[in-house]
Design a protein around this ligand. Structure first.
Ligand SMILES: [Zn+2]
Length: 413
């Protein structure tokens, strides 16, 4: 009997080793500095991919027949997640933001900056979501998710967003539950003195078990952000435009440059502070003192539209580079753009390179030199480091390659 079970063990080991031998990779990224916050990896490590999955993360992987991508001197990270993007602004004739600002098709700006997942922040409401889904989500190579606007008509601007009668928690929650692409509920641009938009969004969030993201302010005098953080939002809810300074919204740093004491307390309570840079929502006068006081944002995001991309925001990597130059380290800005947002939107299968995870991967260079960064008030901050995207993989396929590191040289077939 003992002899038999010993033989059986040998048999199992043989089968197992044959299986491992037979595992061919499609791509092996070699020699890069891997940052995977979920798995606490911050060192030189190879990554093996088979088809659309990560199958091995280890030192000196034997690539065998696989395509090898040499990432020596580069950072290798999970594909970035931008949780504040704009890819749907309702109807063309009733465009939000006036001034010619437009929402953008995601594939036009994501892969070139290492972003593989975007979350549209409230473009669609429960009445317009299916249009957004058929128009954009279904046709994008980028993974497009959505925070559903508490306003049924979505972000159509003007009176639409001030209409309390069109903020229905139940219909919103029901729509969230029907579509796996919806990861939360958005509140934005309300100018009244009532708390109803926030409270109804939170109610919808409770029913559907998803977070709420708040673009707060608009009433004069402004409502209290302390009350928002401590009384209205739940732990896990998101405050976007964290470093904005607008007359109609209380900032997190006061006129003397002091971080308001309830802000770190709110973060400790579980409120998520998101950058949401945008065209008008990021000031160095807010961010620099806040970071000096030891406060760092949970998530870094763009608030992407034609207005912000051609102003100080530019793209996800430029925003991350700003935070690098303000004192966050590479690991922190990567975590705030990968694993942290994945957890915030309850999509923990994203933002990491665990074995079995989808092969969304970004490869970056970190340049040293003289750089300048602009905020929403038009002021410049000088810096000496800047991230640039070298390569992006989506589902195991190369979708962007700046310097051809995945391609053979033309004269060496
Ligand atoms: Zn926005």
């Amino acid at each position: 009997m003992r002899h038999q079970s010993f033989l059986f063990l040998i048999f199992i080991l043989l089968v197992f080793s044959v299986r491992v031998e037979a595992q061919d990779y499609t791509i092996v990224i070699k020699g890069g500095h891997l940052i995977d916050s979920k798995n606490n990896i911050n060192e030189l490590m190879d990554v093996a991919i088979k088809d659309d999955k990560i199958v091995l993360v280890a030192k000196n992987i034997d690539a065998r027949q696989a395509q090898v991508i040499n990432a020596t001197g580069l950072y290798v990270t999970p594909g970035l997640i931008d949780i504040h993007s704009h890819n749907f602004f309702g109807t063309q004739e009733d465009h939000y933001l006036g001034d010619g600002f437009e929402a953008l098709p995601p594939d036009g700006f994501t892969f070139r900056t290492g972003v593989t997942t975007v979350v549209d922040a409230g473009g669609a409401g429960w009445k317009t979501f299916t249009k957004f889904k058929s128009q954009t989500i279904a046709h994008s190579k980028t993974r497009v998710l959505s925070f559903l606007n508490i306003v049924g008509e979505g972000m159509r601007g003007g009176n639409y967003e001030q209409n309390l009668n069109d903020m229905d928690a139940k219909m919103t929650a029901m729509t969230v539950r029907q579509h796996k692409e919806i990861v939360g509920v958005k509140v934005a641009h309300y100018m009244g003195k009532e708390w109803d938009p926030v409270d109804r969004a939170v109610e919808a969030g409770k029913i559907a078990n998803v977070p709420v993201i708040v673009d707060f302010g608009g009433s004069v005098p402004p409502l209290s952000i302390e009350e928002l953080f401590m009384k209205h939002l739940r732990p896990g809810d998101i405050f976007t435009h964290a470093f904005a300074e607008l007359g109609s919204r209380m900032p997190i740093v006061d006129k003397e440059g002091k971080l308001l004491p309830f802000v770190p307390a709110a973060q400790k309570r579980g409120i998520i502070f998101d950058v949401g840079h945008g065209g008008g929502s990021f000031r160095f006068t807010q961010a620099i003192p806040a970071l000096k006081a030891g406060f760092i944002p949970n998530t870094i995001s763009t608030d992407f539209h034609t207005g912000s991309m051609n102003a100080g925001m530019k793209d996800q990597l430029n925003v991350m580079s700003k935070f690098l130059n303000m004192g966050m380290n590479v690991q922190q800005v990567i975590a705030a753009s990968t694993w942290h947002p994945a957890q915030v939107i309850h999509r923990e299968e994203l933002g990491n390179l665990s074995v079995g995870a989808g092969a969304d991967v970004a490869v970056f260079s970190l340049h040293k030199g003289k750089f300048g960064f602009i905020d929403s008030a038009g002021f410049r901050m000088d810096g000496d480091q800047k991230l640039e995207c070298e390569l992006t993989l989506r589902d195991g396929k190369v979708v962007y390659d700046l310097n051809g590191i995945s391609r053979p040289a033309w004269n060496k077939p």
